[in-house]
Every structure is written in C-alpha cells, then in structure tokens.
Ligand binder design. Structure first.
Ligand SMILES: Cc1ncc(COP(=O)(O)O)c(C=O)c1O
Length: 386
C-alpha cells in the first residue's frame, strides 16, 4: 500500500512550531486544562486520575454525553477516537476497498482523499461552486447526481467546510442523503467545525438523514481543545462495533486524562461556554481580517460562515506553494497554499489567534506581496552573454 503525502499536515507538522507567526491553523487559540475545569478541586481530581487504559471505545459517560448531541443515538452508536483524524482514518480503513469510488466534496480536508486512494479507491471530485452573486460557496446537486453511481462506496463531505468555511443547509444535506440512498452509498460527514459558526446558528448535522450516515467530529476546532486529541464517530451500531475493532489496531484507547477532560468539556453548561468563547473570538477577529484584506487589495473571498479560516483568491503573479515557502523562509509566517487543496491561486488564512498576532503575520504577507506587485520579475534575469 502506497500512501501519498498529506501535504497540508506535513507542512504544518514540520514548520508550525518553528515560525514566529503561525496562521496555518483552522481553530482558535486552545485552552488549558485549568480553563476547562474552572475550579481547583476539579484540577486536583484530574491529577488523581489513574493513568490506566480506560474503556477503549470511550468511557460510558463520555459516549453518553456525545450521544446526547445526536437525536436518536445511544452509547452503541458512538466510538471515541484519538482526534477526528483517527475517526476519519478507521472509517476509511474499514469501508474502502480496491475498485470502490469515493465522491468527495472539494475543496476539503484531504485526509480521506489520500487514504481512500491508498486503500485502492478512486476519487471523483464534487466541486463546491464559488457563487459570488449569492455570497456563498454552494453545492451543485445536479453534478452530484451525475457522480454517484452503483460503484460509489462513500460520499465525503466536510460541513462546515474546510477550507472555505461554507455551511450546507438541511435541504442540501437531505438531497445528498437521497443521492446516496439511490445507490446504497455511505456518507461520511466530517463535522469537526460544527459549533464554530460566526452567526451562532448551529450547522445542520447529517445524522439521521440516511441509514448509512457516519458523522466524524471532535473537540479540536469548535471547542478549542486540539491537544486533548479527542474525536468521535457516530454511526449505525453494527458499523460502530466493527470500527471499534479497527481502533484496536490503531491506538487501542483514548488517553485517560483526555477522556476525563472531554467529559468535563461536554457538560452542557461548559460546552455552551466553550462554544460561545470560540464564536466570540471568530466574531471579533473576522471583521479585522476582512478590513486587512480590503486595505491590502488584490484579494477576493467569500465570507466564511464557520471556523477560524478565510479562503482567499489572490491575483499576484506567483504560485501558491512558492508564495507560502517564501513567506515562511523570508518572513517566518506560515499559511496554507491553495495547492494543498488542488487550487493554485488561493490561500487559506487562519484568524483564530489574538488580533495583534494575526495582524503582525498578515503585515509580513503584505510586505512580501508588495515586492511582487512592484513588478519583480517572475523569472531570474538572463545573464548578459559573452
Ligand atoms: C475537517 C477536519 N477534520 C479532521 C481534522 C483533524 O482533527 P483532529 O485534530 O481532531 O484530529 C481536521 C484538522 O484540521 C480538519 O480540518
């Protein structure tokens, strides 16, 4: 089995802790355990947590808390994983076999892209439409109908979407479910940004719209807790039982401290506070980044509806990977190139950090871009002959 490199994660893993300004993240500045627990007795309790293997598919209390967010789900519909990434991994590992087709909404987080291909599947791209007139990235349901066939094993969506921040409506999700049901396909809906909506209106979930729906999610983005490495899968009980046996091979169990902190984070009042903190950061930072983009000029974007990312089209004469490399090397700022989503000419800018930090990183991007717009030659000048 040959794994292609997961370009965006490789870039982040290599450089995110080396640059002065990391604007490659898609979530808000993470919390500490003290900020999650909020009281000293609770913090002491965490220190007394035995570092055992806890229930390997997630403690019953944690699975109960997760199940309560998905109407009709019980603890047998939930598998707790190490991050949303393990959730996506074991689902794809379990379902995709050579010859299968996977219809994938793009642009997207490219994990299931690389994994489906590694397991012998073929990707059929379903492109989001950049509809400036409507002011949103929208799905083309006619195109989906043409892509889904009896060979389709799985339809992959990310809602809210990474990298565009677009949010699909309940009616669009119903139409996707109908397209999947016509051919018996599974739907993998990655909802890790759900809860991080700027207007506070929670994104509709795919859960409950078909018998073959799998939702993956976790605490990394909307909750601001990526270092906990807690994710989950919601699905039919028989599939969940099978996925648990795949989890045995990959990580066995979530960390005992993480399972405990996740139970705290998902207590209803705390959960509401964590999500409100995230939305508050997004609401105050998004106007600042939009002001910056307008003032800098040369950018086009559709306002994201969720997540701490804005996906911008730029018009400067430089390839996106080259621009990102120069920005990192010359200015110590990390952002994500559109190339990593198969879309040169775009950049994904994270704005989840404090405003001064975002601004300082962006100002360095402007400095670099100004040298390009000033007509710097794209090719090195030819040496005089003779
Ligand atoms: C859509 C999506 N799914 C999953 C992940 C992985 O999340 P986690 O940190 O929970 O493994 C990411 C991370 O960027 C993501 O954007």
């Amino acid at each position: 089995m040959k794994l292609e490199q997961f370009a965006m994660e490789r870039l982040q893993s290599t450089y995110e802790n080396q640059v002065e300004f990391n604007l490659s993240e898609s979530g808000v500045r993470p919390l500490t355990p003290r900020e999650v627990i909020e009281d000293s007795a609770g913090c002491e309790g965490l220190l007394d947590q035995p570092l055992v293997y806890t229930q390997s598919n997630g403690t019953v209390d944690l699975r109960r808390a997760i199940a309560s967010m998905y109407p009709g789900a019980g603890i047998d519909h939930i598998e707790v994983t190490n991050g949303g990434s393990e959730a996506n991994f074991i689902t794809t590992f379990n379902l995709i076999e050579p010859g299968d087709e996977v219809v994938m909404l793009v642009p997207n987080y490219m994990q299931t892209w690389g994994l489906s291909r590694a397991f012998g599947g073929t990707i059929r791209e379903w492109r989001l439409v950049e509809d400036h007139a409507a002011g949103r990235w929208r799905v083309d349901l006619g195109a989906l109908d043409a892509l889904v066939t009896p060979r389709t094993k799985m339809i992959v969506i990310c809602n809210p979407n990474n990298p565009t921040g677009a949010r699909l409506t309940a009616a669009e999700l119903d139409a996707i479910a109908r397209a999947a049901d016509r051919h018996g396909a599974w739907i993998l809906s990655d909802e890790v940004y759900r809860g991080a909506e700027i207007d506070g209106a929670e994104t509709a979930s795919m859960w409950g719209r078909s018998k073959r729906v799998i939702v993956t999610s976790g605490l990394s983005k909307a909750y601001g807790l990526p270092g906990l490495r807690i994710g989950w899968i919601v699905g039919p009980a028989t599939l969940i039982a099978s996925l648990w046996s795949y989890h045995d091979y990959v990580t066995i169990a979530p960390g005992a401290l993480s399972d405990r902190l996740a139970r705290v984070a998902l207590q209803p009042a705390r959960r509401a506070r964590l999500l409100e903190r995230t939305r508050g950061i997004l609401r105050s930072n998004l106007p600042l980044i939009e002001e910056w983009l307008t003032a800098a000029g040369g950018f086009h974007w559709i306002r994201p509806e969720a997540g701490a990312i804005v996906y911008v089209r730029y018009h400067h004469p430089i390839n996106s990977t080259e621009l990102v490399t120069r920005l990192r090397v010359e200015k110590s700022v990390l952002i994500v190139p559109g190339d990593h989503f198969g879309m040169d000419g775009y950049l994904r800018l994270g704005f989840g950090e404090p405003p001064g930090y975002n601004r300082a990183g962006l100002d360095r991007l402007r400095e670099l871009l100004s040298t390009l717009s000033a007509g710097r030659p794209a090719e090195p000048a030819l040496r005089p002959q003779g």
